[in-house]
Design a protein around this ligand. Sequence first.
Ligand SMILES: [Zn+2]
Ligand SMILES: [Zn+2]
Length: 100
Amino acid sequence: MEEQIDFEAKTLKCKECENDFIWTPGEQKFFYEKGLKHKPTRCKDCRVKHRKQVESEFYKVTCASCGIIGDVMFTPKEERAKIYCKDCFDKKFLNQPSGI
Ligand SMILES: [Zn+2]
Ligand SMILES: [Zn+2]
């Protein structure tokens, strides 16, 4: 039998803009289903802003081969993975056809 939990809308304080925001039952259910124990710390607006910021930082990286700062062509799955610009990515993997 599935556990039934009634979620009630809760008012939380955003740590970013310090405004109160509503944690809706739908979002609580989502958190619960994901097994997340913590509460959201940011309001929806700040979450969107934060994500954009993280993404823009993430995409401004240095090529592991030539040092150019630019777009990521290669997303690291592990910490050891290197990031290459398009030119180096092409060169590297065209030279090593079996290397992927
Ligand atoms: Zn906020
Ligand atoms: Zn490069």
